[in-house]
Design a protein around this ligand. Structure first.
Ligand SMILES: [Zn+2]
Length: 75
């Protein structure tokens, strides 16, 4: 199951009563549906988000390290 990302900035679509879209790439939230790949390729949110993912990846320990049987004994 894919994670949903709905923390992008949204703005109201003027022509629709209850419709919102990404403030950066102007794609309606109903089309994006919480999926990063549904934003435009040059969306500012997408660019920012991929930076965050890279930072998070650096902070998290590498998972393959824990697959070694004695890795947890290293202090
Ligand atoms: Zn977007």
């Amino acid at each position: 199951m894919k994670p949903f990302y709905i923390d992008y900035p949204q703005e109201k679509i003027e022509e629709h009563q209850h419709a919102y879209r990404c403030a950066y790439c102007k794609i309606p939230t109903t089309v994006i549906f919480g999926l990063l790949e549904n934003h435009a390729a040059d969306c500012n949110y997408l660019a920012q988000h991929s930076k965050w993912v890279q930072i998070e990846a650096k902070l998290k320990p590498h998972r393959d390290h824990f697959d070694e049987p004695h890795a947890d004994e290293v202090d």
